[in-house]
Design a protein around this ligand. Sequence first.
Ligand SMILES: [Fe+2]
Ligand SMILES: [Fe+2]
Length: 254
Amino acid sequence: MITGYGHFVQLAESLQWDETAIDLTTDIESWTKLEDSEYDQILGLIAGFCVGETSVALHLGSFQSKATVDDAMAGCFEAQARDEARHARFFDRVVGEVVGVPGKNLNERLQVLRERVSPELLELFEERLPAIARGLAESDEELTTAVGLYHMILEGVVLTAGQHALLDALEKLSVPMPGMRKGMELVLRDERWHIGFGSRVIQSADLVDNDLEKILNEGSKAAWAWGDLISSKDIEKVDQLHKRRLKSVGIKFW
Ligand SMILES: [Fe+2]
Ligand SMILES: [Fe+2]
């Protein structure tokens, strides 16, 4: 068995950041000056992150409780859950303070934001992920199948595609959004170790060709869940990355 999960826990510790310390003053001023198309794309992507990060933060507990044979692996899921909760809080700050979406908390704001999220994206985060997390809790689901969906598909493809699209869109804006950009870069930095950790879990499992092929095909399809918020060129790019990642973790089968 491949070990070394402790390295990810140490890495997570060294990458901690505080979402309340990010200055959104300039972003608040810039928001009212956005063109309609810019407004729709940025809000659409952020709405997707609010749905996604809230869901992943909520369901990681089932992953942690299933990792009973390896304390360091359980520690990784715990550290990851702390990151995901921070990501959800960061995006909630953006929608509350910059966009001005009404509501006392993220749950209330989500009611408004969900209207901007495609049915495909809602299905992945609000049906597929909860179902697989329930399966883990009821002991009839394998941890590696769940990691295949969460780390390889939802994080490695869907969220990564959205994060790169947001950074790209922010760079092309006519007005500056430095706070949003800073937060997005920090989220991406965390997501890199999450995906690296998930890849390690997959690599150390005895997956067969069929399992890997399923993750491969489903990932390629899931990238399109953002609809026209992301260009097809960017989707292709993230799909290539997904294929390369799976090829490297499943090298003994390819
Ligand atoms: Fe996240
Ligand atoms: Fe993550």
